[in-house]
Design a protein around this ligand. Sequence first.
Ligand SMILES: Cc1cc2nc3c(=O)[nH]c(=O)nc-3n(C[C@H](O)[C@H](O)[C@H](O)COP(=O)(O)O)c2cc1C
Length: 314
Amino acid sequence: MAGITDRAYRTFLRQLGAPTVVTELISADSYVHGNKLTREMLTLTPEEGPCGIQIFGAIPNNMAEIAKIAEKNGAAFVDINFGCPVPKVTKSGAGSGALLNLVKMREVIRSVRQAVNIPLSIKSRLGWDSTHIVADQVSQIAHEEGVNWFVLHARTREQAYKGQNNWEYTEQLAQDSPCPIVGNGDIYSAEHANHILKHQKVSGIMIGRAALANPCIFAQMQNQDFVLPTIYELLLQFHDITLRATHEKVQAVRFKKCAIWMSYGKPHSHAFRSQLLQEAQTLGQALKLSLEYFQPEDRPTSPNDLTFLKGGHG
Ligand SMILES: Cc1cc2nc3c(=O)[nH]c(=O)nc-3n(C[C@H](O)[C@H](O)[C@H](O)COP(=O)(O)O)c2cc1C
C-alpha cells in the first residue's frame, strides 16, 4: 500500500503474524531511469520476508527489467498493479488504465512472466466502470500467460473506494476462473476474514485497511484466543523499528500515521489526530503525544467500517 507498507511497516506486520506482506507499488519507468529512491524501495531485508514486490508500468521492457531486479533482491513473488485508480498512473495505461486495453495488459504480463522464475501475481479491479466489467477476461488472460494468482479488489476504477466491495462477483469468479483468485476488499475483522475463507471458493485473501486499525488481525485469524498487546506496546515496537528502518526525514510522518490508525474508534480521536499532525515534528515527540493520548490498557480494535481511509493506489 503506497505511503504505508514501507520496510518498517512490513517488518512490524510480519512480527505481528502477517504470513506475507507486499511492498508499496513501485514504478518500472522510474527504476529504468535510475531513480535512487525507487532502487532503494526495491531492496528487502530477511526480517520482512516473505515479501512480494509490487510493480507498475505500461512499457513491457521496463516491466521486465524491474521484475528481474525484484527477483534478484529476494522477492517471494512479483505482483503487477493493474488496479491503481489514480489518474497520473492510469493515463499512461498503467494501473487500472490497463483495464481499457487488455491486449496491452497481456503484453505486459507476458514480458514479466518471461523475465522471472518466481511466482507472478496480478492485482486488479472489476473493470473501468460498471459498463465495462472485465475481471473474468483478465482472469482468462492471467491463466493463459502463466500468472500464479489474481488478487481482485471487487470495485470498478470509477468507484475508487465508494460503495461496497462486490463479494458475490468474487465468489462467482473464484468458481469459474482457471486462475486462482485471491479476494480483497472491505474485510474488517479476523472473524470476517475467516468467514470468507471458510465459505467462499477464493484461494486466499488479502487484507489492507483493517490491518492499519488492528495490525494484530493476522494473529487473531490464526488463534481466536490470541491476547492482544496494548497499544502502548505496539507503539513502542513500531517506534523501535521505525528508528532503524526508516529515513530520519520521514520517521515522524510514518509513525504519526500508525498512531492515528490505531486511534480509530477511540474517544476524542479526532482531536488527537489534529494535535499529533500539528505539534509532533520528530519521532520522539510523536511517540510522547501518542503515549499521552492512549490509556495504558487500550488495545487495538477492528473497525466497523473502513471509511477512515478512502484513497489509495489499488
Ligand atoms: C492509502 C492506500 C494505499 C494503497 N496503495 C496500494 C498500492 O500501492 N497497491 C495496491 O495494489 N493497492 C493499494 N491500495 C488498495 C488496497 O491494497 C486494497 O486493494 C483496498 O484498500 C481494498 O482492500 P481493503 O478494504 O482490505 O483495504 C491502497 C489503499 C489505500 C487505502
